[in-house]
Each structure stands twice: as C-alpha cells, then as structure tokens.
Design a protein around this ligand. Sequence first.
Ligand code: SF4
Length: 78
Amino acid sequence: MYTKVLSEQCIACGLCQLKAPDIFEYDEDGIAYVKLDNNLGTKDIPLPLLAQFKDAYTACPTGAIVRSEVPFPKDNKK
Ligand code: SF4
C-alpha cells in the first residue's frame, strides 16, 4: 500500500500524525506529509504500520490522505 497527502485538501487538524506517528509528519505550516518517502507515494508502507495507517486514513476529515496499491507517479508530488 502506498500513500500520500493531498496538501491542498489538508486542514492541518493533526489527526493523522496522532494516529500514525511513524508515517505522517507536518511541515512548518502544519500541513501533513508522508515522512516515509517525503510524500512522493513511492515507498510501500511497511506491514507493521498498516494498522496505524488505516486509523489515520479513516480519521482524516477531509479525504486528504490518498492510497493506492501501486506507487504514485513520481512527477506528481501532490
Ligand atoms: S488528518 Fe487529514 S486534514 Fe488532518 S492533518 Fe492529516 S491529512 Fe491533514
């Protein structure tokens, strides 16, 4: 599973980092990003982190966290 945050949809609520501190981090504006791969969506989420990923994914109030079974295109950071 691959994931990234659509920054334009993130409202900096803090829930994803609370639910999945090993996956999500915030930039200086409080906008979340995936720290596994600098929000590129190209690194497979390690199996032990999938439970916390699911918690964060379902907790995000805006749908800013997207996921995919395949890596996201590298030229499409957002
Ligand atoms: S839960 Fe969603 S809206 Fe809240 S900080 Fe994380 S990505 Fe942004």
